[in-house]
Design a protein around this ligand. Structure first.
Ligand SMILES: *Cc1c(COP(=O)(O)O)cnc(C)c1O
Ligand SMILES: [Zn+2]
Length: 421
């Protein structure tokens, strides 16, 4: 039984059937999945959801799959960590980390969108799954395609982090490195998608794919005891995740799973690629494309597909947008690791760095609930920390060598990495 009515243009409202379509033929607006909310409201309660297995499909009525999902049975329901040490460090009362750095199977929130995209592509009968990626999507498409026996093609900028390339190749996918940035990769993929009959998860399957991000938002609400937070900070690349978290909170309110929702949504970008944040700060609806230059490669999209809509979410929710430098990104990655024991990727540094800034600016008050979105794992972007976190102190395998080291450094447990004499 499906709760999806079809697709609908976000701009002019024209309806379309459930097919592999993504732009409106009348106005070129993006298409979005249209649900039967009255029916969902009747059939779905907190109790029905709570009884289901702890994965993203516990919200299946609000995800655009007609039959059984093909993948993602262990994806989602990642920890919402109460960050007491970070609260102290930032001087705030109630702060949580939604930690998709440990999402299954490829350690980023992209496993959510890919689970929906691949399941839908298989319903449509596609044999080959493909994507244009800044890294994490490549990992996830390759892994999930392998898990359900589909052939996959992955297109990436050729200068991506080594780990992200290795963590794609290992699954036996076809990896194509393009000499160019993500925006150029994406343009090429639009052409390939039109010519080859493949399911490109973030092009012709995009309306379905993007819906997978909503589970990130549903989980936060459920894990807070069926309450939306007062403030949430979200990293932005193409700007899809932030719009879908906002949609998730609004849907839960619409179908009566939460009473009130007055969440303010804040978008985070790196200063070296901040087209959406710039538009928000300047108060314009126009997103001016930029040429990305930042260590936060997973967020390095200079011409964001959902830029306009993500800026609107920040406006409509009375939130804001902020950006941080590469140095601030690294500082925030270290702060997160040292206070909470969580190693996030550069995107996590962007999000926490922006959170810190917004608190210091007084835009986020210190006594209200805050959720910081951690979307990817630090083991995949190790290059960014090269020479920034000190090095092990090397000694011979002799107790006297260690004694000498202790004597030289004083209390060894109080010595911070990086203070090497
Ligand atoms: C892709 C990605 C994002 C942003 O996703 P959009 O929906 O394109 O804005 C955030 N964090 C990480 C780690 C990502 O890989
Ligand atoms: Zn339209």
């Amino acid at each position: 039984m499906s709760y999806v009515k079809g697709l609908k243009c976000r701009e002019c409202g024209k309806g379309y059937p459930k097919e592999a379509l993504h732009v409106c033929e009348l106005c070129f607006g993006p298409l979005e999945v249209d649900y039967n909310y009255e029916k969902i409201k009747k059939d779905v309660t907190r109790e029905t959801i709570a009884k289901r297995p702890p994965n993203m499909w516990r919200y299946k009525e609000l995800l655009p799959i007609d039959g059984e999902p093909a993948v993602g049975f262990d994806t989602g329901f990642t920890p919402l960590v109460r960050a007491r040490n970070l609260e102290k460090a930032l001087g705030v009362k109630e702060l949580y980390l939604k930690n998709d750095a440990v999402n299954h199977p490829t350690l980023s929130f992209k496993d959510r969108v890919v689970a929906v995209a691949i399941s839908k592509a298989r319903e449509f009968g596609f044999k080959v799954i493909a994507c244009a990626s800044t890294g994490n999507l490549a990992n996830s498409v390759a892994a999930n395609a392998a898990a359900c026996g589909m052939e996959s093609y992955v297109f990436i900028p050729s200068d991506l982090e080594q780990t992200k390339i290795i963590a794609t190749l290992v699954y036996g996918t076809n990896v194509i490195g393009i000499k160019g940035n993500y925006d150029e990769v994406n343009r090429l993929c639009s052409e390939i998608s039109g010519k080859y009959g493949w399911a490109f998860v973030n092009i012709n399957i995009r309306p379905y794919y993007a819906e997978g991000s909503k589970a990130f938002g549903y989980e936060i609400v459920e894990q807070l005891g069926w309450k939306a937070p007062k403030h949430i900070i979200v990293p932005m690349a193409g700007g899809s995740l932030i719009t879908k978290i906002w949609k998730a909170f609004n849907e839960f309110q619409k179908i009566g799973l939460i009473d009130k929702m007055d969440t303010k949504v804040y978008g985070a970008q790196a200063t070296g690629c901040a087209p959406i944040v710039t538009a928000v700060k300047e108060g314009t609806e126009l997103i001016r494309p930029v040429k990305p230059k930042t260590i936060a490669k997973s967020l390095a999209i200079g011409n964001p597909a959902d830029g306009y809509y993500s800026a609107k979410v920040m406006r409509d929710s009375n939130g804001w947008g902020e950006d941080v430098s590469d140095e601030e990104i690294i500082d925030a990655m270290k702060l997160l690791a040292e206070t909470e024991g969580i190693f996030a990727e550069t995107a996590g540094g962007v999000t926490l760095g922006v959170t810190k800034k917004l608190i210091e600016q007084g835009r986020i008050p210190k006594n209200e609930s805050i959720v910081v979105s951690i979307t990817g794992n630090g083991l995949k972007t190790q290059e960014a920390l090269q020479d920034k976190i000190g090095a092990p102190r090397i000694i011979n395998a002799r107790l006297s060598d260690f004694d000498e080291l202790v004597a030289k450094e004083g209390k060894v447990y109080a010595v911070k990495a990086g203070n090497r004499q």
